[in-house]
Design a binder for this molecule. Structure first.
Ligand SMILES: O=P(O)(O)OC[C@@]1(O)O[C@H](CO)[C@@H](O)[C@@H]1O
Length: 320
């Protein structure tokens, strides 16, 4: 079983607004609402890929009920801790004339110590039947920024592979807890490493640096694929640049979540590191053709897979 953890679940509301201009009044021509938060999106995509997954985390108030009911309607298994405060709604505006999507994410509810304790108990219970656990997304209010780090350490003791996609302080703490895989996007990685990246060598050095900081493997997603430092089957480290020809995106929000879902799904079924990266990149690219984060068509993923190239890369001995 794969577990996804979403501590800051959301209803993602996307308004389609042609010729969107800041400071003007608009009427949307279409709108969609879906349960979201990064871990929820990863769970949706893993379910579509046919691997066993359960989504956990916090769900609060009427929005929380809506999140759970909508996931149930998608046949995604859930086991959330119900909390006193209301789960958030994240609003984004998609301008179909430019393809640009502007996101406004709410901070989310405050979670009490008691609720956090209940969650820890639930996660450790679920972990008994789990191979992989994905921690993804921002933290709700009143939660310590080292929460992922503590949970990673607990799950490692129980032999569960841990995967993290978050940002800022929670990511910094999580990396020090030595998770098996960390998968930031470029902005998250620049923040973690402490400088901007100007070229592909900088990007390669960045994934190597994130491994130096504590991650077992680091995968940085970019619009046309990823940069990765992973362990080969014999355990030795290898850098990869994985690329797919960039397609015109209908909606790119959530492609990192689809990447992670594909990577984890392939890893769950014993794919080689290169196969997992290529499958993840195919899933991320395919997801840009659909509205809704984590929405993918597995048949198109298989078609795209042939166009994904993974190139092993060498860097000077001191960093590779
Ligand atoms: O605030 P977080 O949890 O970091 O990100 C939340 C979010 O923007 O990310 C997803 C797309 O990746 C959306 O479903 C969701 O609204």
């Amino acid at each position: 079983m794969i577990i996804t953890v979403t501590l800051n679940t959301a209803i993602d509301k996307t308004l389609e607004v042609p010729n969107f201009r800041i400071g003007r009044r608009h009427r949307s021509v279409d709108q969609t609402t879906m349960p979201g938060g990064k871990g929820v999106n990863v769970a949706r995509a893993i379910k579509r890929l046919g691997r066993p997954v359960i989504a956990t985390g916090f769900a609060g108030g009427a929005t929380g009920t809506r999140i759970v009911e909508a996931l149930t309607a998608e046949s995604v298994l859930t086991d959330f801790v119900r909390i006193g405060e209301e789960s958030r709604t994240n609003t984004s505006v998609l301008d179909p004339t430019t393809g640009i999507q502007t996101e406004i994410n709410e901070r989310g509810p405050a979670v009490s110590e008691r609720e956090m304790e209940l969650f820890r108990d639930k996660l450790l219970y679920l972990a008994q039947g789990a191979d992989i656990c994905v921690f993804a997304g921002s933290l709700p209010r009143a939660v310590e920024t080292d929460v992922y780090a503590g949970l990673i350490r607990e799950l490692r003791k129980r032999g569960v592979t841990t995967v993290v996609d978050t940002d800022g302080e929670p990511l910094r703490h999580a990396v020090r807890a030595e998770p098996d895989v960390v998968s930031p996007n470029v902005i998250e990685a620049e923040e973690l490493v402490g400088h901007e990246f100007n070229d592909d060598e900088d990007r390669m050095l960045a994934v190597a640096e994130i491994v130096e900081q504590g991650a077992g493997e680091a995968i940085m997603t970019v619009p046309d694929g990823c940069f990765a430092k992973v362990k080969t089957d014999n355990g030795s480290p290898q850098l990869y640049r994985v690329r797919v020809e960039q397609q015109e995106a209908r909606a790119a929000v959530g492609s990192g979540d689809a990447f992670l879902a594909g990577y984890v799904a392939a890893r769950y079924t014993g794919g080689t590191p290169e196969e997992c990266l290529r499958f993840g990149v195919a899933c991320g690219a395919e997801s840009t053709q659909h509205f809704g984060a984590g929405v993918i068509d597995p048949h198109n993923v298989e078609r795209l897979l042939g166009a994904v190239e993974a190139t092993p890369v060498s860097l000077p001995a001191e960093v590779s």
